[in-house]
Design a protein around this ligand. Structure first.
Ligand code: HXC
Length: 258
């Protein structure tokens, strides 16, 4: 697929996808989301890639779903087109770690897309918000659910019911983001983090992210059972033998993803 609204490159073993619709602050129109899904699936299938970064421009990660594209849609059209399920949730199906590297605005669907990634690394100019209430709608790609699980009920209520934005410092304090870095270093830091993940045993990295994501969706008891099954299954891999032998032999492990 030839892309018009995203840029795709690899840096070492990290796949980098840059949302590239600057004239609309990376508003997430159908075409952009289709291209993003295609690129994500491509990197997931590429054995030379071990982690993926999604980023935007210095001014905007993404200012939300495309309001101009959505405004005249009818209920049957949005229902039967399944535009959220079909185009927005691909990122949830990716086995490799997906890092959202956010500079500038991450609003509405932009904030939701970032929260669908495995973690968010924020530039110091990042701004997060769910301003849908100003448009007479509510978040529709998981914002009301994932925000509560990340930052708790009161802050989620305030953000969703008033549309107030959070800056990077508040977002870090509220545990929405893992870390803040200077805007100029955002991509370098995100790729460095991805490169570390890509250097490890891919089955263990994939299972670790899967187990953490299950914590979002299940009870503690079920989550612990799920984790244990994955943990025990890793004793069937060559990389577990290699990782533990390397430790015992005081050398660096050489993982083969088997
Ligand atoms: C379509 C958008 C857009 C959007 C910005 N633009 N956000 N177009 N959809 N979400 C366009 C503007 O119309 C403008 O185009 C250009 O990008 C630059 O934006 P400005 O508003 O001129 O920039 P600025 O004054 O710096 O303000 C930045 C901003 C503002 C505060 C981010 O653009 C804004 O409030 N945007 C909308 C944010 C929002 O409501 N997001 C939620 C969308 S609903 P022109 O052609 O005039 O230059 C949503 C629901 C998701 O996301 C549900 C799941 C699918």
């Amino acid at each position: 697929m030839a892309y018009e609204m995203i840029l795709v490159e690899t840096q070492g073993r990290v796949g980098v996808i840059t949302l590239n619709r600057p004239q609309a602050l990376n508003a997430l129109c159908d075409q952009l989301m289709t291209e993003l899904g295609d690129a994500l699936r491509g990197f997931d299938a590429d054995p030379t890639v071990g982690a993926i970064v999604i980023t935007g421009s210095p001014k905007a990660f993404a200012a939300g779903a495309d309001i101009k594209e959505m405004k005249d849609r009818t209920y049957p059209a949005v229902h039967f087109d399944d535009f959220i399920g079909k185009r927005w949730e691909t990122v949830l199906t990716i086995q490799k770690p997906v890092i959202a590297a956010v500079a500038g605005f991450a609003l509405g669907g932009g904030c939701e897309l970032a929260m669908m990634c495995d973690l968010i690394l924020a530039a110091d100019n990042a701004k997060f918000g769910q301003p849908e209430i100003n448009l007479g709608i509510i978040p529709g790609a998981g914002g009301t659910q994932r925000l509560v699980r990340s930052i708790g009920k009161s802050k989620a209520m305030e953000m969703v019911l008033t549309g107030r934005m959070m800056d990077a410092v508040e977002a870090e304090r509220a545990n929405l983001v893992c870390r803040i870095v200077p805007a100029a270093d955002l991509i370098v830091e995100a790729v460095k983090m991805g490169e570390k993940m890509a250097s490890l045993s891919a089955p263990s990295v994939a299972m670790a992210k899967e187990a953490i994501n299950v914590a979002y969706e299940t009870t503690l008891r079920e989550g612990v059972r799920f984790e244990r099954r994955l943990f025990l299954s890793l004793f069937s891999t060559e990389d577990q033998k290699e990782g533990m032998s390397a430790f015992a032999e005081k050398r660096k492990p050489s993982f083969t993803n088997r």
